[in-house]
Write a protein that binds this ligand. Structure first.
Ligand SMILES: [Zn+2]
Length: 136
């Protein structure tokens, strides 16, 4: 009975392909680490979307009675399927922008990580294909 073992005689072309695949994998791994490092940020964030809307103040003599004219910031968020809309106090706008931006960064980072994982898996599968030999 013959058991095929991975011989020392790997063809040079295969060696080249493996080396190139390993380079690609190292590069993917490097990008993955950079993204994960960013995701390890532990500072607080605020879920939701900030938007600037125009509002009426309700005073009958105000110019906004004809046309909504007072700009305010609104934070829209949803949790467990429930929508929530809040007005952001003027003093808190900068704080809210900063914290919502962190949330957006994390979401973007997670999407990037998904894409990198797909790429990594495909590259690892490619390495498997290059290494595959027939038993004869
Ligand atoms: Zn008004």
């Amino acid at each position: 009975m013959y058991l095929y073992t991975y011989t020392d005689e790997i063809r040079p072309v295969v060696k080249k392909q493996i080396a190139s695949q390993l380079r690609a994998l190292r590069q993917i791994e490097h990008r993955r680490r950079v993204v994960v490092q960013r995701l390890l940020d532990t500072s607080p964030l605020v879920r939701g979307t900030l938007s600037r809307i125009l509002q009426r103040c309700g005073k009958p003599n105000c110019h906004c009675a004809k046309k909504p004219a007072h700009p305010v910031w609104r934070l829209a968020s949803s949790r467990e399927g429930r929508q929530r809309c809040q007005l952001v106090r003027q003093d808190d706008v900068e704080w809210a922008q900063e914290h919502v931006a962190r949330y957006k960064d994390v979401r973007a980072g997670l999407r990037t990580l998904d894409a990198i994982h797909k790429e990594q898996r495909a590259a690892l599968r490619g390495l498997m294909e290059i290494r595959a030999i027939e038993y004869e």
